[in-house]
Design a protein around this ligand. Structure first.
Ligand code: GDP
Length: 285
């Protein structure tokens, strides 16, 4: 599969981020817990060097809990602070506030020693499109938090949201673009819905999803669609079409409709909690 992005668009976003990142102490990077590596852009490591780093594995409600635990350990070993969450829920936001303080304790200590009081930690949210950046900012900042208004030296229009006495968050997230060097990465991004569906071949995507689920989550398709998993992927898709009565006007099985339905049910978590990549794969190359 081939994907096309607009370089101008990307360059502008990157330049903006380079500017914004100068203003902050902590990068809050959102990734999708179902594909924690494929939903990252490694450029952030260069952009965010010398910054405190927190990775939020978002949409953890849709991911395999065991995989999320392993990914959490994987990133912690690399020196990031890590939290997994469902950004739509306000539960857990308190613990994120605590972790931000923990991640920045060095800076606070340094400020204290220098006699600097009440200088808040400044943070910004970054991530690829659709990982939940806006949802997180809304949940985290809530309605109660007043915007602090423009400050001298800050690009006009940029707002800081005061989260607590000691933390301020930039109100606009930084947008990163996913990297498609590897075909597997493109496929995984497509499966979670990070690429516009109009440019995808849904039938092909469904076949890939079936292939993956058959081997990695045996029984999951049988349970939902009463299909025999020993069949070939395309036959399995027919089975799904039959089970869900996906029929064309001409009275034939509608594979495309079944494919779209399968992908939709996967994305919304109806098939169960599924993670598409594991840290073990990484270690094995
Ligand atoms: P952004 O492009 O990174 O700002 O992403 P959005 O905040 O617009 O979120 C994209 C979609 O993901 C929206 O439909 C959200 O409701 C949904 N979403 C965000 N966070 C979560 C989460 O933790 N779990 C689930 N299931 N959906 C989420």
């Amino acid at each position: 599969m081939n994907f096309q992005w607009y370089p101008g668009h990307m360059t502008k976003a990157k330049r903006q981020m380079q500017e914004d990142i100068k203003l902050i102490d902590l990068v809050i990077e959102l990734v999708d817990a179902r594909i924690p590596l494929s939903s990252r852009n490694p450029d952030i490591d260069e952009l965010g060097k010398n910054k405190y780093r927190l990775i939020l594995m978002n949409k953890a409600d849709l991911a395999d809990r065991k995989a999320t635990e392993q990914w959490s350990a994987f990133f912690k070993k690399k020196g990031y602070y890590v939290v997994s969450l469902d950004a739509r829920s306000k539960n857990g936001m308190k613990s994120i506030a605590d972790i931000i303080m923990e991640a920045c304790k060095e800076k606070m200590e340094r400020d204290r020693k220098r006699g600097i009081k009440n200088r808040p930690v400044r943070a910004m949210v970054v991530g690829i499109p659709n990982v939940g950046k806006s949802t997180f900012i809304n949940s985290y900042a809530g309605k109660a938090c007043a915007k602090t208004g423009n400050k001298p030296g800050v690009t006009k229009g940029k707002q800081w949201i005061r989260l607590s006495k000691s933390v301020e968050l930039l109100d606009t997230p930084g947008i990163l673009w996913p990297k498609f060097e590897d075909q597997k990465v493109g496929l995984r991004l497509a499966l979670i819905g990070s690429i516009r569906d109009e440019i995808l071949n849904t039938d092909e995507l469904a076949v890939e999803l079936i292939r993956f689920l058959k081997t990695q989550y045996p029984g999951i398709l049988t349970e939902r669609y009463e299909v025999e998993e020993t069949q070939k992927e395309t036959e399995l898709l027919c089975g799904i079409a039959e089970n869900r009565k996906c029929i064309t006007k001409g009275g034939e099985l509608d594979y495309s409709k079944a494919a779209a339905l399968l992908i939709d049910e996967f994305r919304s978590g109806k098939l169960g909690k599924v993670t598409l990549e594991w840290p073990k794969e990484q270690e094995n190359g």
